[in-house]
Design a protein around this ligand. Structure first.
Ligand SMILES: Nc1ncnc2c1ncn2[C@@H]1O[C@H](COP(=O)(O)OP(=O)(O)OP(=O)(O)O)[C@@H](O)[C@H]1O
Ligand SMILES: [Mg+2]
Length: 368
């Protein structure tokens, strides 16, 4: 068991690293500090096995200078510098950098940085695509369900996961029988892998659906790391795992986004949508997602132009728009009434063609 001290001043990054450490069985967090002096005091008393220090520490002292003080205070502690892909750092043990961890990083990279011997690792097969938007009602569920169905129609094996643990809507937009099992019926730990197939429901065109809890109070039974593990296990068996994520950037959402291969960020041409997307993208940057995984913009209701153009949105968010989905109340309402994805109920509509074009882009991206 490695005793780890974390020195990080950005709360969201600290939270991310604490969650990763919580998931690592061979590591134990002995403290988290955001100030250099408090951190040195802690190092002196705790003598941790490893100290993780943010290279971009703000304030009087840089992460690199602090690393040297940590080395002096506790020569036996392994020092891991935390950085983002845009600011590469090389390990230099003579300068108090024993290892480097690049955000957001995976469990294996964290273990390697902490010098934890690795057990058998998950072999990820499929692509985990998380549909996210900071603003509710942007079309996450609509696009996740229809994208999953059309990818399946194109011949891939596909799992659709409701990542919303409270009041998820995947079960309501599809013809799910009331007693269908859900993610809450999965055991945690090793048992999750073996039981996963038993709780999946065969949805439209053979999409395997992992539902969210049926009752709101059951949301509390789901720990964020378990939600992400369920997604990773699905990716071992399916070519694509499409996840309908919550808008709130809480533990669950961050756990899903951390593990995602691709983030589809849903926006509209409305100012409020773009302003919130900007704030989300800033968080993604702080977590090191940019440069590490594609963040692709999908403009929903793209015909509702409210002062923003496609080029304007790409410039403001510094991300590419990969699809524009038009508004089609009639087709969408009919599909909801029938509880059938519109890509099946209205295959020739413009909205279906737009989702198909998005699927095509994602398939091409995977080939590359
Ligand atoms: N392109 C569209 N054309 C017409 N109606 C749409 C379109 N996209 C979404 N809708 C409708 O807008 C509403 C919100 O969409 P949806 O439920 O997919 O959003 P969401 O982001 O999942 O919302 P929440 O944050 O509540 O989970 C729904 O009633 C949906 O049917
Ligand atoms: Mg939804």
């Amino acid at each position: 068991m490695k005793r780890v001290l974390l020195i990080e001043d950005l709360p969201q990054v600290a939270q991310h690293l604490q969650q990763m450490l919580a998931r690592e069985k061979e590591a134990e967090l002995v403290g988290a500090e955001s100030q250099a002096d408090a951190a040195i005091a802690r190092v002196t008393t705790e003598k941790p096995d490893a100290v993780m220090i943010d290279a971009l520490l703000q304030g009087k002292i840089t992460g690199f200078d602090l690393a040297k003080r940590v080395r002096a205070a506790s020569p036996g502690s392994r020092i891991v510098i935390v950085t983002v892909p845009q600011r590469p750092v090389d390990p230099k043990p003579d300068q108090a950098i024993d290892a480097v961890f690049v955000l957001p990083g995976g469990a294996n990279e964290l273990a390697a940085a902490l010098a934890i011997g690795r057990r058998e690792t998950l072999r990820l097969k499929g692509k985990m695509i998380v549909c996210y938007s900071p603003k509710g009602g942007s079309g996450k569920t609509t696009i996740a369900v229809n994208l999953a169905t059309i990818l399946r129609r194109r011949g891939s094996s596909v799992a659709l996961m409701d990542g919303v643990m409270q009041f998820g809507s995947v079960r309501h937009v599809l013809q799910v029988p009331p007693s269908t099992r859900s993610i809450v019926d999965l055991p945690t730990g090793q048992g999750m892998r073996t039981s996963l197939s038993e709780v999946l429901w065969e949805g439209p065109s053979g999409v395997a659906v992992l539902l969210g809890p049926p009752r709101p109070e059951e949301a509390e039974l789901m720990a964020a790391p378990d939600v992400a593990t369920a997604m990773q296990l699905l990716a071992e068996d399916y070519d694509y795992v499409i996840v309908d994520a919550p808008s709130k950037l809480g533990d669950e959402t961050l756990a899903l986004l951390d593990s995602a291969d691709i983030i589809l960020l849903l926006v509209t041409y409305m100012q409020a949508s773009i302003a919130n997307a900007r704030a989300a993208v800033d968080t993604f940057e702080a977590l090191g997602y940019k440069g590490q995984k594609p963040i692709l913009l999908v403009v929903n209701q793209s015909d509702t132009v409210a002062g923003m153009s496609r080029g304007g949105i790409e410039h403001t968010l510094n991300l590419p728009v990969v699809a524009e989905i038009p508004t089609d109340w009639k087709t969408v309402a009919e599909s909801l009434n029938k509880q059938q994805p519109f890509v099946l109920s209205s295959p020739n509509s413009a909205i279906t063609k737009a989702v198909d074009a998005l699927a095509n882009t994602l398939v091409q991206q995977q080939r590359r």
